[in-house]
Design a protein around this ligand. Sequence first.
Ligand code: 5GP
Length: 424
Amino acid sequence: MSSERGLLVVLAGPSGAGKTTLARHLEAGGRSFRFSVSTTTRPPRGGEVDGSDYDFVDDAEFTRRVEAGYFLEWAVVHGHRYGTSRAQVEQSLGNGRNIVLDIDVQGAMNVRQRMPGAILVFVMPPDMGALSSRLSGRGTESADLVGARLAAAVEEIRWAGCFDYTLANGSLPETFGAIDDIVSAEAVRSRPSPYTGDPVFEPEALKGGEFWMGRRVVVTAGPTRECMDDVRFLSNRSSGLMGCELARAFMESGARVDLLLGPCCSPPPAGASVSRFESAAELEALAGEHVRGADLLAMCAAVSDFRPVHRIGGKIAREDAAGSIEIEVVPDILAGLGAACPVLAFSLEAGPGAEERARRKMSSKRASAIFLNRADMPGVGMESAANEGALLFPDGSSVQVGRGSKRYVAACIAAALGRRLAGR
Ligand code: 5GP
């Protein structure tokens, strides 16, 4: 192992997805993984060993441990309390030993906040049928409890996008191979995960995404470029990542997505139908073609607000430039489009009065919602991996989206807009 500190691997996902089997596989493998034994108030099941499967305690003892700061995280899962021992995790990592946690999604998000180096792996059941038979097949829960765990699984799966890895747990040898590969790669990783800083689990945040199932969404992303001559252009710092993640969020909610992507390096999500543009005029023409019959136009592209009045062929000589480059304001694309479908607009604002300006934009663009993000906060916005902001609606209401990876923020926006358009 090349890292001095051990790796902290968090396996989360619905119960019955096979996390414990994977955790035990790591423990038995050659990478000196320790299994983090959680404390729980759940009564032991037949065959479970106190101190090895769980530390089984009563309510009073659990409360005592909470008050003593014993837990790195703890949560109520299916009506019982479960918690991860802080000392076990810190001792392992400090001694250079790897440790694996088998916990629920809220626990995983909380660990990420407290231990930013944690590697979050979402263990996905192959399908709900298989999950149901695994849960019933254990014979340890009543039909009611199996039903409750299946319902909880649907909620947990929404969070898969906030994890570093998702493993579909179908064939065991393949899944073992995949987790071994993840651990090998993470042991030599030199850059931090792009998803650190995702917020504490917020159970309501991703509800509503199902609204997009079977719908068609047009997402625009990236900057525009306005050429002065054949080599120079006016543009902005947009990386296109927010729009690409938004396209992914709609797709993961079941929508068909047309992604209109400007000149940037952010990778579009697999499965989106991608068309490229360079200037605002090209974007407007593409959007006009694609928006017909769409259920939503999400205008995430950062249009360069200014452009040279004339494009000059060749390369303008330095000595000819002063006074010869005339600049004009780029007309509002939405106004030109007259989209018949709901529009999600974006507003990047700096300084005081940001919400007021964003609300004015929303009404002039006749948008159904506008996402207000800031250009004056360190660590978020253009060229960064994170974002935060507020989704504003025309009736004066808003949904706050806490700081997190752009993938997380995009999923929150798609869900909140879904709730809104579904009338919830
Ligand atoms: P089970 O009762 O089936 O053993 O576990 C129920 C759920 O609680 C599983 O999803 C399991 O991963 C989760 N869990 C187990 N230990 C912990 C813990 O320490 N913290 C949290 N947040 N969840 C846990």
